[in-house]
Write a protein that binds this ligand. Structure first.
Ligand code: CP
Ligand code: NVA
Length: 299
């Protein structure tokens, strides 16, 4: 089994992984032997702090090992095909994780790899982030409630979290400029999952009564050429103290990080009492990935 996208992840497996992540965190055992002798190979075409380190920590906590390969310093950077690379990596690793620019490159990797392949972020989805995010929401909000995603509601993080939250029955509101609408395929799938899902262009209306307010960068990796144009449109969608006053007083603010402080989110919000869940989100990447690795490698 691979984890290429939340879109293709069976709901029962998703829920099993998230509840196992919660249990692993409660147990807090960082010297397990479950993955003794197992190797995770990770391939990075784009930068990473959290994903790379949380996968490495997860493998060490479970008694396995982790090897990271940077695209540029590998033969991939000199034109070796993904198909050939995938076949070779499968001989060394028991699982492969990859952060790539194009989702289709990930599909090519998965097609040729014998080992399970995990999406560590593509332009389409960030499934590992969404698993950890839902774990965080469950930890803070027993009744789940209303999740507002404000900003670039068409990016990888938005696509993955809207589907996971929908499968947990949350009321999902996507708040974005009309120039940058959400991915229709994902909105439809979230609706099909049974969620109440809305697109709202007015930030004040959107955030009213929210239990969870999620934002992410306005310019994702690989979109740098559009930066100027995007800044113009997204400016009214900044998550600041004034806007947050419209949410429930005990709402949690979420951000996958890295944050551009003073751009999509202000210091006041990120460092304020509602922002504390962000650091749990980052920690939960490790527990959710431990649960995922155990599912993929041990069944
Ligand atoms: N949230 C996240 O994926 O962070 P990194 O880019 O640091 O891995
Ligand atoms: N949407 C962001 C997420 C970074 C973790 C990006 O793709 O750059």
């Amino acid at each position: 089994m691979d984890l290429l996208a939340i879109m293709d992840m069976p709901e029962n497996v998703m829920k099993e992984v998230i509840s196992s992540a919660i249990t692993l965190k409660k147990e807090g055992n960082r010297a397990r032997r479950d993955l003794d002798g197992k190797v995770l190979i990770s391939l990075y075409e784009k930068p990473s702090t959290r994903t790379r380190l949380s996968f490495e920590a997860a493998m060490y906590n479970l008694g396995g090992r982790s090897i990271v390969m940077d695209f540029k310093s590998s033969q991939l950077g000199r034109g070796e095909t993904m198909a050939d690379t995938a076949r070779v990596l499968s001989r060394y690793g028991n699982a492969i994780s990859a952060r790539l620019f194009k989702h289709e490159t990930l599909m090519e990797l998965a097609k040729w790899a014998d080992a399970p392949v995990i999406n560590a972020l593509t332009e389409l989805e960030h499934p590992c982030q969404a698993l950890a995010d839902m774990q965080t929401i469950i930890e803070y909000k027993k009744d789940r409630g209303k999740l507002v995603y404000i900003g670039d509601a068409a990016n990888n993080v938005a696509n993955s979290i809207m589907l996971v939250a929908a499968r947990y029955g949350m009321h999902v509101v996507l708040c974005c400029p009309s120039h940058f609408p959400p991915n229709e395929k994902y909105v439809k799938a979230a609706g099909k999952a049974g969620a109440r899902i809305e697109v709202e262009h007015d930030p004040v209306k959107a955030v009213k009564g929210a239990d969870v307010v999620y934002t992410d960068v306005w310019v994702s990796m690989g979109m740098e050429a559009e930066a100027e144009e995007r800044m113009k449109h997204f400016l009214p969608y900044q998550l600041n103290g004034r806007l947050l006053k419209n949410a429930k007083p005990d709402c949690i603010v979420m951000h996958c990080l890295p944050a551009h402080r003073g751009v999509e989110i202000t210091d006041e919000v990120l460092d304020g009492k509602n922002g504390r869940a962000v650091w749990d989100q980052a920690e939960n990447r490790m527990w959710a990935q431990e649960a995922l690795l155990l599912k993929l490698l041990k069944g």
